[in-house]
Design a protein around this ligand. Structure first.
Ligand code: 5RP
Length: 221
């Protein structure tokens, strides 16, 4: 927990007065949002776009002023977590199920800072099953199509029920083990009917802040 906390709190230092800030989702982003909330309490003037209903609720509790993406031309800075980060700063995201909104917010951000503990740093992506968001209609057929990618796709469940995203879609977790070409795979998957988006974030991150439980930080750019 210390690793996630120090990474999250460090990232909040990049938030400056007047910015529009994208607020990520998950247990690491939580610490960044908490810190931004404290800064707002002390007078920081920002507007924020949350990447999930969960983060929206947290930001509301902390009195962080929220706007919808439609209300701004762009986002200055987004801070978000990740499930894996490779040596080219490509990411797997979506372990928490918020990948679609996270990717849209990241795409419209001038800067994307990723915050992780050191266990998330890998040579190649793929050991963490890749989340792929799919629409309900034909989801069983989309799953069969994904099986052809040899990735043991599984519809995500939570408490025995199929997991529904904030966008009322399902997630299929795909265990690729090693992803040699994240860009190509992202493009191939996104071409399949029924696929809304994948958790591959290719060439999107500008900076990765890595924390460890000894309290040390490493910033990769
Ligand atoms: C949610 C995400 C999260 O950022 C990712 O799963 C990392 O979560 P955590 O910080 O809890 O380990 O992509 O969709």
């Amino acid at each position: 927990m210390k690793a996630k906390r120090i990474a999250g709190e460090k990232a909040a230092e990049y938030v400056k007065d007047g910015m529009v800030v994208g607020l990520g989702t998950g247990s690491t982003a939580y610490w960044a949002v908490k810190k931004v909330g404290e800064m707002v309490k002390e007078g920081l003037n920002i507007r924020a776009v949350p990447t999930s209903e969960e983060t929206k609720e947290l930001a509301e509790e902390l009195n962080i002023p929220l706007v919808s993406l439609a209300d701004v031309n762009y986002i200055d800075l987004t801070i978000d977590g990740a499930d894996e980060v490779d040596s080219n700063l490509n990411l797997i995201k979506g372990g928490g199920g918020a990948l679609v909104r996270e990717k849209i917010v990241a795409f419209h951000s001038k800067k994307l800072i990723i915050i992780v503990d050191e266990s998330k740093i890998v040579d190649k992506l793929g050991a963490f099953p890749l989340p792929v968001e799919v629409v309900h209609f034909g989801a069983d057929k989309t799953l069969i199509t994904l099986e052809k990618f040899d990735c043991q796709p599984k519809l995500r469940k939570e408490n025995g029920e199929l997991f529904n995203t904030d966008n009322h879609n399902y997630i299929i977790d795909c265990n690729f083990e090693v992803i040699e070409n994240p860009k190509e795979l992202n493009n191939e998957l996104n071409e399949l009917p029924g696929v809304v988006e994948t958790g591959l974030f290719v060439e999107m991150a500008d900076r990765v802040i890595v924390g460890n439980n000894e309290g040390e930080l490493n910033i990769i750019e």
